[in-house]
Write a protein that binds this ligand. Structure first.
Ligand SMILES: [Zn+2]
Length: 391
C-alpha cells in the first residue's frame, strides 16, 4: 500500500487519498509506528517483507524467493535442489512489456508450462505450473550464484542489461531463449493474440535459492495459526512457519478476489487457533501496473471488506486479542517497483469498549525516528505477549 505523494491525487499518497475509516479509527485506538520490513542491503521484496511481518529476521533465515513459493505449492525440495521462479512474460521489441503476460490465467499458464516442460525438462530440471503467471523450476545443483532481476521491477525497460549474469548465467539464458521458440506459435498464444491480449513470449527465471528452514510458531511461541493469502509466496512462508495455509477458492491476488471468502477463512482459523495472518495482494499489483486510482480502490476495499469485518468479528468475541495492521513495502505507482522506505504499522489491543471518536493517520506521513524499528522486532513482541496471555 505504501507509495509517494502523487500529483494526480492532489499531492497525497494513495493511503492518504483512500477512504479508510476503520483503519484510521484503529490507528487512533492503537499505537502507530513507521517500520522497516527489509533490513539494510536486502531488497524489499514481498518475500523478505512478509517474512519480517511474520516475526522472522530475514538476515537469519532468507535463502531466496523461489524456495518459499515451492513450499507454498507443496513441492518438496532436496538439499541439492535450487528453485527458480519462472514467470511467463511478454517481451516486445526486446522490452519488458508485461511481467505477467497480461495476468495470464492459471489454465493458460499451465498449458504453456507443460509444453515448456516437455521440450526443456529433464531429470533434475523440472518445470512446475503454479498460479497465473507465476511458475517454478526445480533444478538439481542449479546455478544458485547467478544474478537475476525480478521482471516486475523492469516494466517497459530494455531487457538487455537485466538478463541473468554471473556464474553459469549462460545455462539460464539458454533456457529463456529456447522458450521463445517453443511459445511463439503455441495455440494459447495464438488465441490470446486473436483476443487482443498480450501473448506469453518467453519464460523469465529469477528469485533462486536453496531450501529454507524456519523454526515453527509452536516452537517459538507455543502458538498455532494460519495464513490466508492468494499468493503461493505468502502461503509458502506460512507452511515453512508451521502454520495452516490452505488455498482459498476465489482468492485471486487482485481486485476481483473473493474478500468474503478470505475473511471467513481467517475467522475459521481463529475459531480453532491462536493466530492468523491475512494478506491482500491487490494494492501491490496496482502499484506495478502504475494505476493510482485503482490502487486507492484496492486500499479502500482492504479497509471495508477485510479490516472492518475481521475487526467486528473479533470485537463480538469479548476475548482479549491483538491486531497488527501493516503494509509489507512500498510499490510506488510512479516507480512500478518496490522501494525500501519505511512503512506504517499499527498495533491495537481489543476488545475496545467503544471505537474512538477521532481518526488518526495511517500513512507515510507518520513520524519516522532516526532509528526505525525492524518490523519483525515489533511482531515478535506482540506474539510473545500473546504467548504470555495464553499461558
Ligand atoms: Zn510487488
Amino acid at each position: 500500500m505504501g507509495d509517494y505523494p502523487l500529483d494526480e491525487l492532489g499531492g497525497r499518497t494513495p493511503l492518504q487519498a483512500a477512504r479508510i475509516p476503520t483503519i484510521r479509527s484503529l490507528a487512533a485506538a492503537g499505537r502507530t509506528y513507521m517500520v522497516r520490513t527489509a533490513p539494510d542491503n536486502m531488497y524489499p521484496g514481498s518475500d523478505v517483507a512478509n517474512l519480517s511481518l511474520l516475526g522472522y529476521d530475514p538476515r537469519e533465515h532468507y535463502t531466496g524467493r523461489a524456495p518459499i513459493e515451492a513450499a507454498g505449492s507443496g513441492l518438496s525440495m532436496q538439499a541439492d535442489d535450487v528453485a527458480f521462479r519462472c514467470n511467463l512474460v511478454t517481451i516486445s521489441d526486446e522490452h519488458m512489456q508485461d511481467y505477467s503476460a497480461g495476468h495470464i490465467s492459471s489454465e493458460e499458464g499451465r498449458l504453456l508450462i507443460e509444453t515448456i516442460q516437455q521440450s526443456l525438462g529433464r531429470d533434475g530440471l523440472v518445470f512446475h505450473p503454479g498460479v497465473g503467471y507465476r511458475h517454478l523450476l526445480l533444478w538439481r545443483d542449479g546455478p544458485a550464484q547467478v544474478t537475476c532481476t525480478p521482471p516486475h521491477d523492469i516494466a517497459e525497460k530494455p531487457i538487455a542489461q537485466y538478463l541473468p549474469h554471473g556464474p553459469r548465467s549462460d545455462e539460464l539464458l539458454q533456457l529463456m531463449n529456447a522458450s521463445r521458440r517453443i511459445l511463439a506459435e503455441h495455440p494459447v498464444n495464438q488465441r490470446r493474440r486473436v483476443e487482443g491480449k498480450p501473448p506469453a513470449t518467453q519464460i523469465w527465471l529469477w528469485g533462486q535459492g536453496r531450501t529454507m528452514h524456519l523454526p515453527s510458531y509452536n516452537d517459538l511461541y507455543g502458538l498455532t495459526g494460519g495464513v490466508v493469502s492468494a499468493v503461493d509466496l505468502v502461503r509458502g512462508l506460512g507452511i515453512l512457519a508451521g502454520l495452516k495455509a490452505d488455498r482459498i477458492a476465489g482468492a485471486t491476488g487482485f481486485l476481483d478476489t473473493d474478500f468474503d471468502a478470505k475473511v471467513q477463512a481467517a475467522l475459521d482459523i481463529l475459531s480453532t487457533d491462536d493466530f492468523v495472518f491475512v494478506h491482500l495482494e491487490a494494492p501491490d499489483e496496482c502499484g506495478h501496473i502504475g494505476d493510482a486510482a485503482l490502487k486507492v480502490r484496492a486500499i479502500e476495499a482492504f479497509d471495508e471488506r477485510i479490516v472492518k469485518p475481521v475487526w467486528d468479528a473479533l470485537q463480538k468475541q469479548h476475548e482479549p486479542f491483538r491486531l497488527i495492521l501493516c503494509t509489507d513495502h512500498r510499490t510506488p505507482v510512479s516507480v512500478r517497483g518496490h522501494t525500501p522506505e519505511p512503512v506504517p504499522m499499527c498495533v491495537v489491543s481489543g476488545p475496545l469498549a467503544e471505537m474512538p471518536a477521532d481518526a488518526a493517520p495511517f500513512d507515510e506521513s507518520l513520524p519516522t525516528p532516526d532509528s526505525v524499528p525492524l518490523a519483525f522486532e515489533i511482531v515478535r513482541q506482540v506474539l510473545s505477549s500473546a504467548q504470555r496471555t495464553k499461558k
